[in-house]
Design a protein around this ligand. Structure first.
Ligand code: ACO
Length: 326
């Protein structure tokens, strides 16, 4: 079986917030944010929710693939900011799309969420259990930010990206689609990027916890990313017997321009092969990779036969990388 991405879609909230807008409500500046991160603006949800953005991205992906919602066998959403603890965002999407034949569940792997969803779908498709999957990364990160902590809240945005993946019978010696993947976790370092759960107001508890917001040791996250991501990319290239020269684009999680520049340098690859969306989206965790992929697809940057590396990395700590032939 070959697992191919056959359609993409994305959705951003309408509310545009520039670095200058943020500097009016907190002690920060466009110079500080853009020089350290590459971020100029982001979209922050007002009316939109994680599920509404995920559904819009999914409808666009279905249209792009030219298939109907009834053809979807499996829906996996990567998110840490669902609208409900239960039902899962993926079950909400199933209902919104009328994907009545699908089984639906979420994965919690933060910025690696879309990659983990892709890899999980791939295994189901390879096994022959399912033929068509809808995978999504969707986040409303603005609701878990501490808006009094300028060192984190300026970094993130809201949005959703989706892809349709489908299994195709493989002719003899035929290659294509998802060629190799690898993923990993390092739970021992989990607290360098964390967000605790909501308040427990059980009256039998003496000291209820404070509400949870995102906290981050930025320098530790930086060290993790620039060490792990190049190693993970090299691993998938070896697994697929490819070299960096064979890769048209490296589609990385959009955390920070400095991380992306450092990965490019360590791999000895031109930064031109690393497309960006962080300048206008900020960091949207699980949604970063599929939004960027959709932007590239709609600009006509992806041609049949192109080999593309995709890599997500973040809280957990977690990471996941795949090489695909478009
Ligand atoms: N505006 C102005 N000043 C600020 C801001 C802000 N928004 N935030 C922090 N500062 C100040 C700090 O208070 C500090 O001031 P001080 O020197 O007077 O104490 C100064 O800027 C430097 O703060 P640092 O935290 O040391 O800033 P640093 O240069 O390390 O940059 C950054 C922070 C950009 C987050 C950096 O650590 C980094 O690139 N980390 C990588 C991790 C990352 O990108 N995380 C994103 C999410 S994680 C993920 O998606 C995988």
């Amino acid at each position: 079986m070959i697992t191919r991405i056959i359609g993409t879609g994305s959705s951003l909230p309408s509310n545009l917030v520039t670095n200058d807008d943020l500097s009016k409500i907190m002690d920060t500046s466009d110079e500080w944010i853009s020089s350290r991160t590459g971020i100029k603006e982001r979209r922050l949800a007002k009316e939109e929710t994680t599920a509404s953005m995920a559904a819009e991205a999914s409808r666009k992906a279905l249209e792009n693939a030219g298939i109907s919602a009834e053809e979807i066998d499996l829906i996996i959403v990567g998110t840490i900011t669902g609208d409900y603890v239960t039902p899962s965002t993926s079950c909400e999407i199933q209902a919104k799309l009328g994907a009545v034949n699908a089984v639906a569940f979420d994965v919690n792997a933060a910025c690696s969420g879309f990659m983990f969803a892709l890899h999980t779908a791939h295994i189901y498709l390879q096994s022959g259990i399912y033929k068509t999957a809808l995978i999504i990364g969707a986040e409303t990160l603005s609701k878990i930010m501490d808006w009094n902590d300028r060192s984190t809240c300026v970094l993130f945005g809201d949005g959703a990206g989706a892809a349709i993946v489908r299994a195709y019978a493989q002719a003899r010696n035929e290659k294509g689609g998802l060629l190799a993947f690898e993923q990993g976790s390092d739970g021992a370092k989990g607290k360098v990027l964390a967000c605790r759960d909501r308040v427990n107001n059980n009256p039998l508890i003496q000291n209820p916890l404070e509400p949870g917001y995102v906290s981050m040791d930025g320098q530790e996250v930086y060290k993790f990313a620039v060490g792990t991501v190049p190693a993970s990319i090299i691993k998938v290239l070896e697994m697929s017997e490819l070299k960096t020269e064979d890769i048209k684009y490296f589609v990385l999680h959009q955390a920070n321009i400095r991380i992306i520049q450092s990965v490019a340098k360590r791999l000895k690859v031109s930064e031109e092969k690393f497309p960006l969306s962080l300048d206008h989206c900020g960091n949207i965790s699980a949604a970063s990779v599929p939004i960027l992929l959709d932007e590239m697809n709609r600009k006509g940057m992806l041609k049949a036969g192109d080999k593309i590396v995709m890599s997500g990395f973040g809280a957990g700590l977690t990471w996941g990388t795949a090489v695909i032939e478009w």
